[in-house]
Write a protein that binds this ligand. Structure first.
Ligand code: F0G
Length: 488
């Protein structure tokens, strides 16, 4: 029997809610369940449009720019507020020093600060499209949604290709790239200007990438004169897994593992909203030693022209001086073993709570999020992929003040309006991303109980029917849905 939405407002949950740590610091009004239902329905069941303050009991939409600032960061930010010069801004040099100290050797000529990670991606790929006049493929272990959109842009010459390792076995380094598939790609394709490794692999369940995989991918890149890039958003969490679990790397300190990875590559894009512990900021680094710069000696100049003309002056990067300080100080925290061990243990704890409640999640678990396997969640029910069960699941969680994000059949699928057909990605997840330094162990119990509550009534859940935005690029941000019981 499908349940009407009004009844779903009261779906049974084993524990009582408690506002999470941040919600206690910033007092939240109490919301009646009916108010959440109205808000979710008027947001078209799109989690991005649901009022954040109504996600009182757990906002797991993203770990990007959502963490708490440390006291040291706040002190640094106050100092940075005074750094407002248009050119040669002092806070820029504080940040440049920090990047050299905590990441790798970077000269000012090689660094392009940007407001976010996706702007760094846009800067890199739009400049590359202007530089190359032929078609090419950009392989990755898993392009994130914005990265894919920025690789491909509106032009059909550039194609983003995912080459993850097999996802069936729960090995720690499930984020690796399939090196044989990369070799075959090099043999098949005429032009592969750059290969990206996303650390950790946010698209494929958030799993880390081994250092050995980085070495093997780099060596193939060297053989084929391709540049080896990292999407380094979660570089510190990745380094933690490498030093904890990778044979031959266990004796290494986290900062050394970070430096090794970032020194190995020819460049990287990064969002400081993740392991930079900031609420804004990103960067593109293209090293002078990279094959790209050797082949196109004007590439760095072109990047600078685009940065200055379309983003901001090079010592600002579209950020305030306060943000430069926040990142510089943030990096000093996120590259410590103590911080990382606590963060990874917290994520593992959330995963354990879900496993204990039989909720099917992706194994093994990475550093920043727990992923529900939507296909397994709805196995044996009437729901198929076209019913976008992950969207329905995230919509119904809103009713309990819990916000998660569908990153599966809808977010990574594509709709061909002419044929009326969907193409689906090889995975189907709902992600619960954990903001940094925000939640405590107890905060996860209610969320796990809510998800288990829905799992227990999975045969009665509605499907999600897109009512707008189905054919749009990055459609999950704007689409609206109706939740429809099966009998309608
Ligand atoms: N690359 C990866 C792997 C990411 O996870 C993100 C953002 C970006 C690039 C873009 O960075 O947001 O600063 O523009 N991920 C966020 C998330 C949005 O929720 O996973 P940005």
């Amino acid at each position: 029997m499908p349940l009407p939405l009004e009844r779903l407002v009261d779906f049974p949950v084993a524990s009582t809610p408690r506002p999470h740590t941040n919600a206690v610091v910033i007092p939240h009004p109490k919301f009646h369940p009916e108010e959440r239902l109205r808000a979710a329905a008027s947001a078209g069941w799109n989690v991005f449009h649901f009022p954040a303050e109504m996600a009182t009991y757990g906002d797991f939409l993203s770990d990007s720019g959502t963490g708490a600032f440390t006291l040291e960061q706040v002190v640094g930010m106050l100092k940075g507020l005074g750094s407002k010069a248009y050119g040669s801004r002092p806070s820029y040099f504080v940040l440049l020093d920090a990047l050299n100290k905590y990441l790798c050797d970077i000269s000012g000529d090689e660094l392009f600060l940007t407001p976010q990670g996706r702007v760094a991606e846009w800067l890199f790929f739009s400049t590359l499209r202007d530089t190359l006049d032929h078609s090419c493929v950009v392989p990755s272990n898993g392009h994130f949604d914005t990265t894919r959109a920025n690789v491909e842009g509106k032009c059909v010459r550039f194609r983003a290709l995912d080459l993850p390792v097999s996802q069936t076995s729960p090995v720690i380094f499930r984020g690796d790239m399939d090196v044989d598939a990369l070799r075959a790609c090099f043999e098949r394709e005429r032009e592969v200007p750059a290969v990206f490794l996303t650390i950790t692999n946010n698209t494929y369940g958030g799993a880390p990438v081994s250092f050995e995989n980085m070495l093997r991918v780099r060596s193939l890149c060297c053989e084929h004169d391709a540049s080896f890039f990292l999407d380094a958003c979660r570089f510190a969490e990745n380094a933690f897994f490498v030093t904890e679990y990778e044979p031959g790397m266990r004796q290494l300190a986290v900062p050394d593992a970070v430096r090794r990875a970032l020194t190995l590559c020819d460049g990287f894009t990064i969002s400081f909203k993740k392991d930079g512990l900031s609420d804004i900021g990103g960067a593109l680094v293209v090293k002078k030693k990279s094959p790209l710069v050797k082949r196109y000696p004007n590439f760095l100049n072109e990047l600078r022209v685009n940065q200055t003309g379309k983003i901001a002056h090079q010592t600002q990067g579209g950020m305030t001086g306060a943000s430069h300080f926040a990142i510089a100080t943030g990096l000093s925290v996120t590259t410590t073993k103590e911080y990382l061990a606590h963060r990874v243990a917290l994520t593992a704890h959330f995963a354990r709570l879900l496993r204990e409640r039989d909720v099917p999640i992706v194994d093994s678990v990475g550093g920043h999020a727990v992923y529900i396997d939507v296909d397994r969640f709805f196995e044996g029910t009437r729901l198929c992929r076209e019913d976008f069960g992950g969207v329905a699941l995230t919509g119904l969680l809103l009713l309990k003040g819990i916000r998660a994000c569908e990153l599966g059949a809808y977010a990574f699928g594509k709709y061909d309006a002419e044929a009326g057909e969907e193409t689906f990605p090889p995975f189907n997840f709902v992600r619960l991303a954990i903001p940094r330094i925000t939640y405590e162990r107890e905060d996860f119990v209610y969320a796990a109980d809510c998800i288990a509550g829905l799992y227990n009534i999975r045969h009665h859940l509605p499907r999600a029917v897109p009512v707008s935005g189905r054919g749009a690029p990055l459609r999950h941000f704007e689409s609206r849905f109706r939740l429809v019981p099966f009998d309608e």
